[in-house]
Design a protein around this ligand. Structure first.
Ligand code: LCV
Length: 259
């Protein structure tokens, strides 16, 4: 089964999530297909890529596939995690990647969407950052992605409450570049992609890479890095981390005890 569908037209690539039965949960296979699709679009010299869910989706993506999260004692979001690799592939892709958001976005799918260069949504779009709902210690590069997008106050609220932010607020906060009626979403998004495709691809790819380098220019001392890793280990070694994933799989509300 293909977990994504792809298309290529007028130098514009399209990647459509195709795992709606599991609400487009980002499992390893889907993410590997996404990375392979970007490689293919690179060969074809795509000038823009659109990342989307199927038309009419109520959920854009339910985030990391919780069934694939490691058991206690292992970092759930390591550098080599397929979702981390997919995000780096998007960040480093030479052309702009536009997230066309129809439906709700959860957890790691928020970071995947936020790492895209432009986000276009509809009034039914929403965004929920959910580690605290599951007991997962997010990683430093991911937190930096959210800070670069939102500012520290909004990042704290979204991480601490794990509650969805609606489309109107998401536009005000700068998450969405554009908020358009659902019936206009495809035309608006592909119209922007065509405008981008008509500009200088070399200039755009260099500007995109310069922005990536400048946004990520936060040197960490080895001691700071080790302290962050130690803090994260406290969480992923905890009973709460086990309880969060277990509760999801048992379809019940987790009972966190703080240890
Ligand atoms: C595996 C799933 C998932 C799923 N994984 O449909 O950012 S972090 O740190 O939190 C990171 C670790 C992360 O991204 O974690 C995932 C965070 N995501 C969430 O907390 C969202 C979990 N999903 C939901 O709350 C609901 O599924 C939503 C609201 C997205 C959709 O609700 P709806 O009623 O439409 P169901 O809940 O009935 O889900 C349909 C099927 O998809 C599976 C779910 O287990 C169910 O499978 P079964 O039909 O086999 O029971 N599913 C949903 N999300 N993240 N599987």
């Amino acid at each position: 089964m293909a977990f994504i569908l792809t298309g290529f037209n007028e130098n514009i690539g399209t990647i459509t999530f195709n795992n709606y039965e599991k609400r487009n949960a980002l499992n390893k296979a889907l993410l590997e297909e996404l990375i392979a699709a970007l490689e293919d679009f690179k060969e074809k010299k795509a000038r823009a890529v659109i990342l989307r869910a199927a038309k009419g989706s109520k959920v854009w993506s339910a985030g990391h596939d919780i069934c694939e999260l490691p058991k206690s004692g292992r970092d759930p979001l390591p550098y080599g995690d397929p979702l981390e690799q997919a995000m780096r592939a998007i960040e480093r892709f030479s052309a702009p990647v536009i997230a066309m958001i129809e439906g709700s976005v959860w957890g790691g799918a928020c970071e995947l969407a936020f790492i895209c260069d432009i986000l276009i949504g509809t009034p039914a779009s929403s965004f929920a950052i959910t580690p605290a709902r599951i007991g997962v210690p997010y990683n430093p590069s991911g937190i930096l992605h959210f800070i670069n997008m939102l500012g520290i106050g909004s990042v704290k609220e979204m991480f601490f409450t794990a509650q969805p932010i609606n489309a109107e607020r998401a536009e005000r906060m700068g998450i969405l570049n554009h908020l358009v009626p659902v019936e206009e979403l495809e035309n608006f998004t592909y119209g922007m992609a065509r405008r981008i495709a008509s500009n200088s691809p070399l200039c755009i790819s260099v500007i995109k890479e310069q922005l990536r380098i400048l946004c990520g220019a936060h040197p960490l001392s080895p001691e700071t890095f080790e302290r962050i890793q130690g803090l994260r280990r406290l969480v992923y070694d905890s009973k709460d981390y086990m309880e969060g994933t277990k509760a999801f799989l048992e379809k019940r509300t987790p009972v966190f005890k703080g240890d």
